[in-house]
Design a binder for this molecule. Structure first.
Ligand code: 0O2
Length: 205
């Protein structure tokens, strides 16, 4: 990076850090308010991360884009990533609706990889949002990705991630097949847990 690019990168990261802080705060308020109103916390844990420059550059090159600050901003929409892990399937949809109805963000795109899993077997609900940040007189919108999934989906994705790291070129067929089968089992498990949860609510009523 030359001096100008370094300065641009620094400014970009400053804005991304503002946006990440704002997103964390707004999500925290949304979730706490939900818990207060419903007397129930549907979230097991929340993890927020800023993508490393190396991993952002890899994403750009893998997709065939030139490595520029402009492309980092326009093409890598998950520089800021938030993962919300919920107990049950219905919780995932409730949280997705909660975020979609929030006035704090603009929903740019959504990918329902739960009803329409990826070829690998990956399941999760993705929201690409725009987070407003106020800089002096003007407002800028920074992209962020929110992944909402169940504990079981998270368990699967975490092993899949490890395998992708271990076998960067290609996961061996037998492992890939077995992992895909696990993804179907996890789907069945989530549905079973959901019906048990419904029964529990019925007894509580
Ligand atoms: P990391 O390490 O999480 O940052 P697109 O441009 O939409 O076609 P893209 O950008 O891959 O393609 O978007 P997609 O498919 O919605 O995936 C974005 C993120 O979802 C990924 O980010 C992963 O976190 C997660 N993800 C998607 N597919 C899989 C999968 O098969 N297995 C696992 N474990 N995670 C997946 P990154 O930047 O790839 O990775």
């Amino acid at each position: 990076m030359n001096m100008t690019e370094q300065a641009e990168y620094k400014e970009m990261m400053l804005k991304y850090n503002f946006a990440m802080q704002r997103l964390e705060t707004e999500l925290n308020i949304l979730l706490k308010e939900y818990e207060y109103k419903n007397g129930y916390n549907p979230v097991e844990h929340v993890k927020t991360r800023m993508k490393s420059l190396d991993s952002a550059i890899k994403k750009l090159t893998d997709k065939g884009y030139e490595v520029t600050i402009d492309n980092l901003v326009r093409k890598v929409y998950d520089m800021i990533g938030v993962r919300i892990v919920c107990s049950f399937l219905s919780d995932v949809y409730d949280i997705v609706e909660l975020i979609k109805n929030s006035k704090q963000f603009i929903i740019k795109r959504e990918n329902n990889y739960i009803d329409f899993p990826k070829e690998s077997g990956y399941r999760s609900y993705h929201l690409i949002i725009l987070v407003p940040i106020h800089l002096g007189e003007r407002t800028e919108y920074i992209e962020a990705e929110i992944q909402v999934r169940t504990v079981a989906m998270d368990f699967w994705a975490s092993l899949d991630h490890k395998l992708r790291y271990k076998f960067p070129d290609m996961i061996p067929d037998e492992i890939r097949y077995s992992l895909f089968e696990c993804s179907k089992d996890i789907d069945k498990l989530d549905l079973k847990m959901e019906s048990l949860y419904e029964m529990l609510k019925h007894y509580n009523n």
